[in-house]
Design a binder for this molecule. Sequence first.
Ligand code: HEM
Length: 207
Amino acid sequence: MAVTGLILIAFLLFHMYGNLKVFIGEEAFNHYAEWLKTDMLYPIFPKGGFIWCFRLVMLAALVLHMWSAITLWLRAKKANPDSYAVKKRLERTYSSSMMRWGGIILAGFLVFHLYQFTIAPRDPASPYNSVVTDFSQWYFVLFYALWLIAVCMHVRHGFWSAFATLGANTSEESHMVLNALAWIVALLIYIGFILPPVCILFGLIGA
Ligand code: HEM
């Protein structure tokens, strides 16, 4: 759960950074999207080959992450069938159910996101145009702003607990450092992702 979660957070940071190329302009953004799909790690991999390896690794990480979540959920249920009877566990139960439901929301809307920009983009010839056209609509910006809250809440708790699982939460001081880092990463992801849609909506990009 911890390792696959950190792989997915690394993907988010990479994706967020790439999206910021929209600020440079249409040519730079489309060139970047084209490079991802055809030239990434060429000629070590054949043209267009690496993106499929990348997608397979991401899919494997996602499937293993969800499988671990379900396995742990079932194990916790079996070990503690009447969790309400144990008051001390309430806080942990609260954050675990936030993670469960947050994860379900996150993954559910990811299907929509993939449909919108990868499977059926508005302008298949220009990812820039697809992004600018869609985020000129306020309801898409609102939808992403809300979805990203679920993503970032999941990342904040996930980042913290992944490092705790891996043994980094050894003292009061490391607890504080991990907590601060988790907030920084979550806020960075939120701001970095929402900035392009908001700037598009207000005509600062693509006007
Ligand atoms: C406002 C925020 C976001 C924007 C503007 C955005 C934009 C895009 C665009 C334009 C593509 C298509 C790239 C292409 O095919 O040329 C894409 C693909 C993708 N996005 Fe996002 N994205 C955002 C947030 C997210 C988040 C939060 C996640 C994960 C939880 C995510 C996961 C993905 C994945 C998995 C792909 C498919 C990559 C592939 O084709 O291999 N995106 N996104």
